[in-house]
Write a protein that binds this ligand. Structure first.
Ligand code: SF4
Length: 137
C-alpha cells in the first residue's frame, strides 16, 4: 500500500480585496507561511487555482488544505471543495474575531498596531489548525 506521509498543509486564503476582513485573511495567512509554520505550510494562489493552475490543483488533491475566508461567502472553501476536494479545515475570520472578542479591522491596507491583535489571533488559529491537521494525518 502506498502511503503518503503528510508533512505539509496547503493554505488557501480568500483573495478578498474589497473588505478589511479579506485583507486580514491574507495578512494572517502570510504570517503563518513566513513566520509561524514556514516548514509545514505552502500557499495556494486562489485565483490561479480557480483559473486552472495544474500545480495548484494537484497539490490540493494530494495534500490536506486549510481554507481561510474573510466573509460568509466562503470563496476559498467553496472553490477548494468544488475544484479539488473538501478542505481538512475551513476557518472563517468573523468567527475567529468573535471568539477572541476582537473588533473587525476597518482599514483595507497598511495594517499596523491597531490591527495587530486581530492579525495575531487569526494567524494563531490557522497555526493551531495546521498542527491539528498534521497530527491527524
Ligand atoms: S470570502 Fe468574502 S472577503 Fe473573501 S474573497 Fe470571498 S467575498 Fe471577498
Amino acid at each position: 500500500m502506498n502511503e503518503i506521509q503528510v508533512t505539509k498543509v496547503g493554505i488557501v486564503s480568500c483573495s478578498g480585496e474589497e473588505i478589511p476582513n479579506g485583507t486580514l485573511c491574507r495578512v494572517a495567512c502570510r504570517r503563518v507561511l513566513d513566520a509561524l509554520r514556514p516548514g509545514e505550510t505552502v500557499t495556494i494562489c486562489l485565483p490561479l487555482f480557480i483559473a486552472g493552475g495544474e500545480e495548484e490543483r494537484s497539490f490540493a488533491s494530494d495534500y490536506p488544505t486549510i481554507t481561510v475566508d474573510g466573509c460568509e461567502k466562503l470563496c476559498a472553501a467553496k472553490a477548494t471543495e468544488m475544484l479539488s476536494g473538501k478542505p481538512a479545515k475551513s476557518l472563517l475570520v468573523p468567527e475567529i474575531l468573535k471568539r477572541h472578542n476582537l473588533p473587525a479591522p476597518t482599514k483595507l491596507r497598511q495594517f499596523g498596531p491597531v490591527e495587530e491583535p486581530a492579525v495575531e489571533a487569526v494567524a494563531e488559529e490557522i497555526a493551531k489548525a495546521v498542527d491539528a491537521v498534521l497530527a491527524e494525518a
